[in-house]
Design a protein around this ligand. Sequence first.
Ligand SMILES: *[C@@H]1O[C@H](CO)[C@@H](O)[C@H](O)[C@H]1NC(C)=O
Length: 284
Amino acid sequence: MVLLVVLGLFLHGCNGLRMVDLSYDLHSGAITWPFNPRFNMSVMYSGFWKTHIWLENNRLDLAEHTGTHVDAPNHVAAGVGPWNNHQIPIERLGGPGVIIDVKDKAEANNDYRVTIDDLKAWEERNGRIPYGAVVLMNSGWQKYYPDYSAVFKTDNISDDSTYHFPSWHEDAINWLVTNRVVYCVGGDTPSTDYGQSTTFPVHLILSKENIIGIESAAYLERLPESGSTIFVPVLKIRDGSGGPARMFATLPDDDGDETNKAGTLLMSPTLQFVLLLLVRVLYF
Ligand SMILES: *[C@@H]1O[C@H](CO)[C@@H](O)[C@H](O)[C@H]1NC(C)=O
């Protein structure tokens, strides 16, 4: 009976939220900084174990900054102060979603950097950037992922002076940290600094301010520019400088779309209703 009540409450609690995946698959082709080793998964065991149980068990070898991932504040700032990966408080790994759409500008100029004006234009349409926001640039770069020469716009992936992809301008980041409170900043390209950067000013500001960097975020097109809640559950690596994250967002489920609804992962709304009714009639 307790189990049924718990299940009923769980299903009830799941109604009204839609979940949106914001992560790429991790595999040997996942984008990482080109000088890093590529993701590798090797089979430790695949077969029958103790004669009757099927067992699969793999081993991972990867750079922390691979695929959809987080830059911890210590990534580019030495010494005490900025948090290591495991020191990031859980409350800082999520918040109201702010999507800055610069697809057209990035298409026209692969070296585009998000400006203060882009942020102000967002605020004119949606109001003030909420406290603790997760602010992400959508440059449309997903259409190139995971083709290295297309993502980095280069003929020579060994030469980082040839990279071209959009990201953030340091003036916009300075405006954000001075005038608003944001917890995470990043986008859908491989770096929070644009491809042609040699001094990485955005990384440095984010580190100094203990703001979480996000790189290679996926499927931002699935989110409205305002109104989502974004979660950035990065692996908790002790003393790490970042790590892969199974990023996702939740949206209020007011569009009538039955797909991706948390509750319906288990069963249809009709079935949920009948089950809830049964639980209530029998036990309350
Ligand atoms: C690519 O860049 C590397 C590093 O700068 C250089 O050594 C190499 O010669 C370049 N390859 C080509 C084909 O230009």
